[in-house]
Design a protein around this ligand. Structure first.
Ligand SMILES: Cc1cc2nc3c(=O)[nH]c(=O)nc-3n(C[C@H](O)[C@H](O)[C@H](O)COP(=O)(O)O)c2cc1C
Length: 187
């Protein structure tokens, strides 16, 4: 059994992010894999903009506030992640990048899938996130979700994904889970 965190990528009040995260969680649970899925909402953690004295790799998982220690513990206990990311100016949101930057070794030697959405399918954000995660030794799986604000959301606000995406999302989830199992053996 592996534990996979479905990590949110937007914190604004009117975000559509949580709808996509919940849909992916339901979808993944129906696949009946040897895996548990939980939503890890970056909005639940009180992060100021990163301004620590030392970079995360030098602090041995002991951080300056309870919120960051709680974030560290949560990310540490997971075996893999599925990031749900919108695209803001051709990359991920500042809150997601900030949350990733706060900790370091907790991410390492784990797998990740990416599910993006946006008016241009969040392809640029997905590529940017792959590059960020590679620096933390996170292995991102090849398939990725690419939902359109125009055709997978009603009125650009209610998530109604086209069925054509199902095979890809299945691939994202299955590969993330199998790599999570494989990478567990080297941690
Ligand atoms: C600051 C900002 C920049 C954006 N830049 C892009 C972009 O580069 N590409 C894109 O497809 N959509 C872009 N969008 C549109 C978002 O994809 C869209 O607003 C989406 O609903 C945001 O996700 P959220 O509602 O979960 O926050 C941008 C939105 C904001 C607020």
């Amino acid at each position: 059994m592996v534990k996979i965190g479905i990590v949110t990528g937007s914190t604004r009040k009117a975000r559509v992010n949580m709808q996509v995260a919940e849909w992916v969680k339901d979808f993944a649970e129906k696949m009946d894999l040897e895996a548990e899925f939980e939503i890890v909402d970056i909005k639940d953690y009180d992060f100021p903009m990163f301004n620590e004295d030392l970079p995360p790799a030098m602090v041995n998982k002991q951080y300056s506030t309870d919120a960051i220690n709680a974030w560290s513990k949560k990310i540490d206990e997971l075996d893999g992640y599925i990031f749900i990311t919108p695209e803001y100016n051709k990359s991920v949101t500042a809150p997601l990048k900030n949350a990733i930057d706060y900790i370091g070794p907790e991410w390492g030697n784990k797998s990740a899938g990416i599910v993006g959405y946006g008016s241009t399918l969040a392809v640029a954000a997905t590529l940017s996130l792959r590059q960020i995660l590679s620096n933390l030794n996170v292995a991102t799986v090849a398939p990725f979700g690419a939902f359109s604000l125009f055709t997978d959301f009603e009125n650009m606000s209610t998530f109604k994904p086209a069925e054509v995406h199902n095979a890809t999302i299945e691939n994202v989830v299955a590969t993330t889970v199998s790599w999570a199992k494989g990478l567990k053996t080297i941690r």
